[in-house]
Structure formats: structure tokens, C-alpha cells
Design a protein around this ligand. Structure first.
Ligand code: B12
Ligand code: SF4
Length: 621
């Protein structure tokens, strides 16, 4: 029997105290496929699994005795895997190391000179390629260095969950909250240029059978796994089928209480089906609203990134649909895309807010090695990037320097400037985004901004640009935070990770743009800032005192603050028409009250898509 190490290492995911890891699905799926062939099952066995980024020496020790190592390379583990491969080869020069996954730089013709430790690579989908390699080993034939096979058209293949491959993870690691991956189909019909997926799957979509999907969902629930990560590029693209899958998730939730959360990308061209699906999922609290990945609202940008004709770009229609179904809309924007200008960026934010989307994420553009934007558009748009080590959810800045020295730190190419946004303009756009994410999106000012927009036609972005100027004039802390924000970015570009604090808050790369509300809360500034907003509205727009009175009172309760939790709901009768209601009830959305201020601040970051940091306002007309 030949022994095989199955290597799919990842960072811990989510808030630290949950101790959450992804089950190593990809490598499990490949192994499941391999051993469904009798000859392979009779000649190979698992040596060990690697699911996390432990110290290399420890991992080498775990892989001792292996004849073959299969490595799944993603952006979050590539350098770790290369280093591990070198060390495994040192420990056992005869080991055969096979790599696959989206981060294999197969376009590089010098790949094998640069990575002599890797014996063979698989390009794109791996099942047929890996089976071919194992057959070569069995037949004593030379293993090809590069393996590029047709995709499977029939996905009636083994599920690693149902084959029992992951049972021991549940029993051996009771302290870990495992996150399972659910595959219901493969492929994507689009080719957005920033994405490393549509291009890799060459458009065609294939489906897994429904029995397998239901059985996988049952396995997750039976093992008490609360959160499911779906791999779909366009969930909802198959109307009846995807509605049925959503119903499976809901029915399982009713029966077992699981799952309670789900990450998934929805279809970009099937708005009404997606709304139906989300309606189901939100009614079971599995989703908090309809997440639409807008990325940009500029026609020019959408054309450049090949996303122009998607129905999700008609936000007005989506907003109407969402309203009819009383469903919040959520979105994300990507800063620094080809053709985006400082003006179009502000317009993006205006378009999002005027369509009543308050739950927004902003990410910097990232160039992925095999994405068309990296391959074909980088030069055309002069996309200048830097390697960021901390654009992963759980990078540990305390140990990053050590990881860099050891050659195992991972990095993502993050945008610094383009031919339509120079470096200072991009930083200004980032600061404005940080500002509206902390004020509008997390409840500090949106009731007032919304009121002024609806009654006086004041543009949201004018309101916020003016408010920023007002704060710069009235609060020296605000200027300090902006200076610190810029300094943190300088450090980021120089080191590839940030060590600076902003307003006393230490955030890693991806978090910095979301840090304003945590800063305000950590510095006990919420009440003071509500008063600033009120004074600004009075001075700039001559807003009536009753409106301001209601705004100040409601907002104080609306923002979830540590030590001021709403253990019981609050009733309030309005004195103005700030909100279209006579009275309201304000209550905690999840009745979740972290015990420490630190945990509370963590949840502001991690719970942002669930609006965790904003209490719920129920209107009574
Ligand atoms: C689930 C998922 C996640 C999960 C984590 C998944 C995990 N297990 O750890 C979450 C939501 C946390 C996540 C986060 C991110 N993700 Co993600 N994610 C996915 C997603 C949707 C599915 C991946 C998956 O499990 N697919 C199922 C497996 C079976 O398919 P596969 O990955 O294509 O693998 C096949 C082949 O590649 C090959 N193969 C893979 N490994 C091997 C190994 C061998 C030996 C062989 C022979 C073949 C082989 O065979 C497999 C089966 O055919 C993909 C998109 C997609 N659908 O592929 C993006 C994707 C992997 N993510 C991506 C990115 C960029 C990210 C982020 C960095 C984004 C960000 N900046 O926030 C973060 C960072 C993650 C972190 N650790 O901090 C990129 C990765 C690009 C890259 N070059 O690595 C992808 C491709 C999406 C994209 N838009 O381009 N992600
Ligand atoms: S971003 Fe989504 S829709 Fe676009 S190519 Fe990637 S997976 Fe497909």
C-alpha cells in the first residue's frame, strides 16, 4: 500500500474565540473520487490530513511515512505549501508531490525550474488529472509534469462527507467549530476579469445530484455544524432546482436547528428567483438579506471588467423587489478597478445609498494570479499593486514577520493606483469609504441623511462630504485618526502589513476600512459624534429641532454599544416625522451580549453583514 498525505491547510476563520476551521473539502473530494476506483482503493491509503497552517516542522513530522503528497494550492496557503514541499523532499527525496488548485502558476513556463520540489501539477478541475497520475504510478509509467484534463460532465461522484472521510475530524477535534463546504454545481457562465473562477471553469455549468446535496446537508446538521459555505458562483441560476436546495436548507433548519448561517454568491441575472430564495432563507434566519455583489455602478468600469449586462446592475429594480418583499439589500464595492475615477467612486456610493442599501462592504481590488485582469489588463490600466500579507481574514500580525522570514507568509496583490486613480486619489477614496462605512452604514447618521435625502433631495454624498469637513474643523481627534489612517497605509505599502493603530484600534489590512465605528466605540465617542452630526445638520441644513431631538435619542439606542445593551426593548413615541411612524420599538437584533468590550469590538467587524452592531427599529404607524 502506498501512503498519501492529503494537504489543504488554512488559517483559522471567523472570530478568534470560535476556533473555527474549514473542513479540508477540496482534497477530501479528490480523495473520495480516487478511491471510488477499486484498483486505486486497493493500492493507496491515507497517511494523514493537514487542514491548518501549523509550524512546518510539525507538519513534516505528521507527513512522515508518506510516499505521495497531494497539495491544494490557494492564495491562502501557496507559500506554506511550497515550503512544506521543499521540507518533505529534504526528509524523503522519493516522495512524489502533486499540486493543484487555483493558485498554481501554470502559465509560467519556468514553473518546474522555480519549483523543483513539485513533481507534477494539475490545471483547473482535478478529478480526472489526479486519477490519471495515480494510474501512471500503478502502471509504473512516467508521471506527466503538467496535467490538464477535460472537466467532468457527470458530477455523480462520491461526497467526502458521505464516504465518512470527515467523521474523525468531528470526533478528534471537539473544540473546533468546523465549517463545511457545500457544492451543488460547478462552473460560472460569466468571465468577470478580476475573478479566478469564471475563466478557470470555462463557462459551462454542471450539477451535482439532489440526493447527494440533501445527504450532505443532513450530515452537516447531524454533526451540529452551524455555518455552511457554498461554492456556487450563481446560486439561483437554476430556478426550480436552487429553490429546492434552499428549501432543503430551511427544512433541515426547522428539523434540527442547523444550519444557522450560510455564505453563498447569488445569481447575477435572475433577480426574482434570488429574491424568492433569500425570502426563504431570511425567514429561517439563515441569511440576513439579499447580498448583491455590485462591485461598481460605473458603466465604463462594468464594461472593462465584463460585468455590464448583468441584471443586478439594475439596482432600482432590485430595490423595488426587495421592498415588496420587506428584505434588506446588502452589497459590496471594489475600490480601484480599471476605469474607476475619484468621481465615479463617489457616484457608486451615492447610487448604493439612494437605493436604500445601508449594509455595504468595501474591498480593495486584488489581482489573482490566473485572473484575466492579471493576465491581460494589468498593463493596459497601469494597475499598480503591492503584496499585502494581511488581506486574509485571520492573519496574525504578531507572527507575520516570523512567517515572512520562514518563507511561509502568504500575500495578495492589492491595488495601490491605476491610470484613472493615482495613489493619493485612491487613498482619499478609501478614507471617504471608511467614513461612510462607519457613519452611514453602521447607523450613526443614516436616519438623518435619509430624512434629508427624502424630504429635501440632499445627496447622501454631499451630506457626508460636508460632515467630514465639519468634523475636521470641530474635532481634533478626527484629524488625528485620518493622519493615523494615512500612516497605517504607508506602513502597509512598505511592510505589506499594518502595525499602526488608528484611534487606539489595531486592525489588520482588510479591517482598516471598517474601523471607524470600533474607533468611536472604543473611545466612547458615539454620543459626542451624534451631537456633532446633529449640530452639523442644524448649521448646514437648518433641520428642525424636533427632528434632531428624535434623531439623537433614537440613534443613541440604535447603535449597539458595549455596556448599554438593550436587554429589554425600548418604546419611543416620535415628536417629528424623522421616520414614517408614530412610535417605534428598539430592540437587540440577536439578543447577543458579549462579555468583554474586546469581543464586542470584534463582532462589529465580523457581524457587519448581519447588521449585528445595529439594534432593530420596529415601526408602529
Ligand atoms: C469556499 C471559498 C472560500 C472560503 C474558504 C474556503 C476554504 N476551504 O478554505 C472563504 C469564504 C473563507 C473564502 C475566502 C477567500 N477567498 Co475564496 N473561494 C471559495 C470558493 C467559493 C470555493 C472553493 C472550493 O472549495 N471549491 C470546491 C473545490 C472542490 O473546487 P476547486 O477549489 O476549484 O478545486 C478544484 C481544482 O482547483 C483542483 N484542485 C484543487 N486542489 C487540488 C489539489 C490537487 C493535488 C489536485 C490534483 C487538484 C486540485 O481540483 C478541485 C476539484 O476539481 C472559491 C470559488 C470557487 N467556486 O472555486 C473561492 C476562491 C477559492 N476564493 C478566492 C479568494 C481570492 C478568497 C479570498 C482571498 C478573498 C478575500 N480577499 O477576501 C478570501 C481569503 C481566504 C482566507 N483564508 O482568508 C479565489 C482564490 C483565487 C486563488 N488564486 O487562490 C477563488 C477562486 C474565488 C475567485 N473569485 O477567484 N473563500
Ligand atoms: S465574479 Fe462571480 S459571476 Fe463573475 S466570473 Fe467570478 S464567479 Fe462568475
Amino acid at each position: 500500500m502506498l501512503k498519501v498525505s492529503l494537504i489543504n491547510p488554512n488559517f483559522q476563520t471567523g472570530p478568534e474565540h470560535l476556533n473555527s476551521y474549514y473542513l479540508p473539502y477540496t482534497i477530501g473530494a479528490l480523495w473520495g473520487y480516487l478511491v471510488s476506483d477499486e484498483r486505486i482503493a486497493n493500492n493507496f491509503e491515507i497517511n494523514n490530513w493537514i487542514f491548518k497552517r501549523a509550524e512546518i516542522a510539525e507538519t513534516v513530522e505528521q507527513c512522515k511515512g508518506a510516499d505521495i503528497a497531494l497539495m491544494s494550492l490557494y492564495i491562502w496557503n501557496k507559500n506554506y505549501c511550497y515550503k512544506l514541499a521543499q521540507e518533505l523532499k529534504k526528509a524523503n527525496p522519493n516522495i512524489i508531490i502533486i499540486a493543484g488548485g487555483p493558485e498554481v502558476e501554470w502559465r509560467d513556463r519556468d514553473y518546474h525550474t522555480k519549483h523543483p520540489e513539485i513533481d507534477s501539477i494539475c490545471i483547473n478541475e482535478g478529478e480526472q488529472a489526479i486519477k490519471h497520475i495515480f494510474e501512471c504510478i500503478l502502471d509504473d509509467k512516467e508521471i506527466p509534469q503538467r496535467n490538464h484534463f477535460e472537466r467532468l460532465t457527470d458530477l455523480d461522484i462520491a461526497s467526502p462527507y458521505l464516504s465518512g472521510l470527515f467523521d474523525h475530524f468531528i470526533t478528534d477535534f471537539p473544540d473546533i467549530e468546523w465549517v463545511p463546504t457545500l457544492e451543488t454545481d460547478r462552473g460560472c457562465p460569466y468571465q468577470c476579469t478580476f475573478c479566478d473562477w469564471g475563466s478557470a471553469t470555462a463557462s459551462r455549468m454542471y450539477k451535482f445530484n439532489m440526493e447527494r446535496i440533501q445527504a450532505d446537508i443532513n450530515w452537516f446538521a447531524d454533526n451540529g455544524l452551524p455555518y455552511v459555505s457554498m461554492t456556487n458562483s450563481n446560486f439561483g441560476i437554476y430556478k426550480e432546482r436552487d429553490l429546492e436546495i434552499a428549501e432543503m436548507l430551511c427544512e433541515t433548519n426547522r428539523r434540527t436547528g442547523h444550519p444557522t448561517g450560510l455564505s453563498v454568491s447569488f445569481a447575477k441575472n435572475s433577480n426574482s428567483t434570488v429574491v424568492e430564495i433569500v425570502k426563504k432563507l431570511t425567514s429561517h434566519n439563515i441569511q440576513s438579506g439579499l447580498y448583491i455583489s455590485l462591485q461598481s455602478t460605473s458603466t465604463k468600469v462594468l464594461e472593462n471588467i465584463k460585468r455590464k449586462n448583468l441584471k443586478i446592475n439594475k439596482i432600482g429594480d432590485l430595490n423595488d423587489l426587495a421592498k415588496e418583499n420587506s428584505m434588506p439589500l446588502l452589497t459590496d464595492l471594489i475600490l480601484g478597478m480599471p476605469g474607476e475615477t475619484p468621481q465615479s467612486w463617489i457616484k457608486n456610493i451615492e447610487n448604493v445609498f439612494k437605493n436604500d442599501i445601508t449594509n455595504m462592504d468595501v474591498y480593495y481590488l486584488q489581482l489573482l494570479v490566473n485572473a484575466p485582469m492579471n493576465v491581460d489588463q494589468k498593463e493596459e490600466y497601469t494597475l499598480e499593486t503591492f503584496g499585502a500579507y494581511d488581506y486574509f481574514y485571520e492573519t496574525n500580525v504578531e507572527t507575520i514577520q516570523k512567517e515572512i522570514e520562514a518563507g511561509v507568509a502568504e500575500s495578495i496583490q492589492v491595488i495601490k493606483s491605476s491610470n484613472t486613480m493615482n495613489h493619493d486619489e485612491l487613498l482619499d477614496a478609501s478614507i471617504f469609504s471608511w467614513f461612510v462605512l462607519g457613519t452611514h452604514c453602521l447607523g450613526l447618521s443614516h436616519l438623518l441623511a435619509h430624512y434629508l435625502h427624502n424630504t429635501n433631495g440632499i445627496k447622501y454624498t454631499d451630506f457626508y462630504l460636508g460632515l467630514m469637513d465639519y468634523l475636521k474643523e470641530h474635532d481634533s481627534n478626527f484629524n488625528t485618526w485620518i493622519d493615523e489612517y494615512k500612516k497605517a497605509h504607508d506602513t502597509w505599502y512598505k511592510l505589506g502589513y499594518t502595525t499602526d493603530t488608528i484611534g487606539g484600534i489595531k486592525s489588520i489590512g482588510w479591517q482598516v476600512i471598517f474601523s471607524l465605528m470600533p474607533i468611536l466605540q472604543k473611545n466612547n465617542k458615539v454620543e459626542e459624534y451624534i451631537n456633532y452630526v446633529s449640530d452639523y445638520a442644524k448649521q448646514q441644513y437648518n433641520v428642525d429641532n424636533n427632528i434632531l431631538h428624535d434623531y439623537c435619542y433614537i440613534t443613541q439606542q440604535y447603535i449597539k454599544q458595549y455596556g448599554k445593551y438593550l436587554h429589554t426593548p425600548i418604546e419611543y413615541t416620535l415628536t417629528s416625522d424623522l421616520i414614517d411612524a408614530n412610535s417605534i420599538t428598539i430592540e437587540d437584533r440577536y439578543n447577543h451580549f458579549p462579555e468583554t468590550a474586546e469581543l464586542h469590538l470584534d463582532y462589529i467587524f465580523y457581524g457587519r453583514r448581519r447588521s449585528w452592531a445595529m439594534n432593530r427599529i420596529k415601526k408602529h404607524v
